[in-house]
Design a protein around this ligand. Structure first.
Ligand code: GBH
Length: 522
């Protein structure tokens, strides 16, 4: 690892890295030692994130029931591009102690993880609580606390218990009750330890890819209907659980509860073209505003733009009623303000331009309703997976968009951000990605006044990447999926992130310091 070829390689990479810095206007903003001028406040939350289905494995161990990803992948082994599934994943079910010591080695004080609903309630319903499942998560939480790491827990990161999917999953209004019943058990058994909860992860991605399309399980392909039913009942379920916590648990457990949304940044393709500016804004409203406006705006409800657009298109397509359900007055009031923080996941940006829509078009879809042409900018680097190009200023743009729309009072927590690699340990592109994206976050805080309180890197280690199986690698730690041990090795980016967390500054010359890493092991 410390060979001269590695050093030579790093020098070559440095050249391209500094070009990237220049291109992104960073070079003037660092001092001569390469440290960023701005720093992260002492109380800034630094963490690292994972999700149950992507790491645990142990799919039928310890009394766990099946989730939709278990059931679907067993039935359709070709769904993932490598024919894989989550049966073993990174085997965190057995290796959680070493995972926690890896979290600790990064120096972060927070760990974002999710609970597998079917490990706690094997059939999804609350009449039977699986004691082994409760014990498993308590052991993790205890181990984290022992290492002085605070767990931040998501209740739902896409692995719905299969029996609930058999009844329509999130398109069934009864899901609001079932989610409340699950949350009630989880708050009861873990609320003494867990003080930060997120109800759900990225409802947009779950609904769009799983209900509207077939990129994710349950692959319903119910375009133009499925996404909106799913979104609607997920929002109502979120609000129900927020109020459950607020009334029944918060008074004695004294925690916080919010939600994690997601968005790509929408960069107008031609900034001088008014219709491209409108297209970019429309994209953000249809993707992020549709979830954020009901929760975080003063007015509540779906954004007017979204409401009117889907109503009008539905009618012109010959439907008697809108494909987007309506909230009652009471539901609007209960949703408004139902989050203590704004959790946001962000990875990449796209160029947006206007796509004129055919109002009589008979096959509805979220994409058609949005009416935006989405393209990648070929000039932005693409270090790994096809959907992810690197454009750090887009991150600042998104943080400002959130602040502009929902105010400075609501604390923003970046609950995921990261990039994929092709399997290398010396992941120079990820070092550069984190440095540049974190710098944009500093600019959003220090120059734009965005109220950003935390940041979680996605992800601790290479994991099960949904449809991409194990072919796409987002980890700070490399995982050897060919070994039964699932051996974890820190990548270069793990050392770099640990240094950022320790120094509270970004070191843009980090790669130059590689030879000194040897004496500076995690
Ligand atoms: C996050 O979603 C998830 O929360 C996390 O579980 C996941 O591991 C992480 O991203 C990294 O992917 O193949 O062109 O159809 C991010 C949103 C949704 C972006 C699915 C990529 C597939 C695009 N992702 N999408 S495509």
């Amino acid at each position: 690892m410390r060979s001269s070829s590695r050093v030579a390689q790093s020098r070559a990479c440095l050249a391209s890295l500094s070009l990237l810095c220049l291109a992104q206007g960073v070079s003037a903003l660092v001092d001569s030692s390469g440290l960023s001028n701005y720093s992260f406040p002492e109380d800034f939350i630094f963490g690292v994130a994972t999700a149950a289905f992507q790491i645990e494995g142990g799919w039928n161990i310890g009394g766990k029931g099946e989730s939709i990803w278990d059931t679907y992948l067993h039935k359709h082994p070709d769904f993932t591009i490598d024919g894989s599934n989550g049966d073993v994943a990174t085997d965190s079910y057995h290796k959680y102690k070493s995972d926690i010591s890896n979290v600790k080695s990064l120096g972060v004080k927070y760990y974002r993880m999710s609970i597998s609903w079917s490990r706690i309630l094997p059939k999804g319903y609350d009449n039977f609580v699986n004691k082994d499942g409760v014990r498993y998560y308590r052991s993790i939480f205890k181990e984290l606390l022992k290492e002085n790491i605070t767990p931040v827990v998501t209740l739902f990161h896409w692995d719905l218990p299969t029996p609930l999917m058999d009844l329509g999953g999130w398109s069934n209004p009864k899901m609001v009750d079932y989610f409340e019943d699950y949350a009630n058990i989880v708050f009861t058994v873990f609320g003494d330890i867990i003080k930060t909860w997120a109800t759900m992860n990225e409802p947009h991605q779950h609904c769009y890819n799983g209900y509207g399309g077939d990129n994710f399980v349950p692959a319903l392909m119910s375009g133009g209907f499925g996404e909106y039913l799913c979104a609607h009942y997920m929002l109502l379920a979120h609000s129900r659980v927020y109020h459950l916590y607020d009334k029944k648990f918060r008074p004695h457990q004294k925690g916080k509860i919010g939600i994690t949304l997601d968005a790509f940044w929408a960069e107008p393709k031609d900034k001088s073209n008014h219709s491209d500016l409108l297209a970019a804004e429309r994209y953000l409203q249809m993707h992020l505003g549709i979830f954020a406006h009901p929760i975080y705006s003063l007015k509540g409800d779906y954004p007017d733009l979204v409401r009117e657009r889907i109503d009008n298109l539905s009618i012109s397509q010959g439907y008697t009623r809108s494909r987007l359900p309506y909230f009652s007055r009471k539901e609007i009031d209960l949703l408004r303000g139902s989050s203590d923080f704004f959790g946001i996941n962000h990875y990449t940006s796209y160029l947006m331009s206007d796509m004129p829509i055919d109002i009589d078009y008979r096959i509805p879809s979220w994409d058609h309703d949005t009416g935006v042409l989405i393209e990648q900018n070929p000039k932005w680097p693409k270090p790994g997976v096809d959907w992810l190009t690197v454009y750090p200023p887009g991150f600042r743009g998104l943080l400002n968009w959130i602040t502009k729309n929902y105010g400075k009072k609501i604390p923003i927590i970046v609950t995921e951000n990261g990039v994929s690699d092709l399997g290398e340990i010396n992941d120079y592109a990820r070092v550069s990605y984190y440095n540049n994206y974190l710098y944009q976050l500093l600019l959003a805080m220090h120059e734009d006044g965005c109220n950003i309180q935390g940041y979680f890197a996605w992800t601790l280690m290479d994991d099960f990447e949904w449809k991409d199986g194990y072919t796409v690698k987002f980890g700070l730690f490399h995982v050897d999926f060919n070994s039964t041990e699932r051996t974890r090795i820190p990548k270069l980016s793990a050392f770099n992130y640990a240094e950022i967390v320790r120094k509270r500054r970004i070191n843009f010359k980090y790669i130059e310091t590689i030879p000194s890493l040897q004496s500076n092991r995690l």
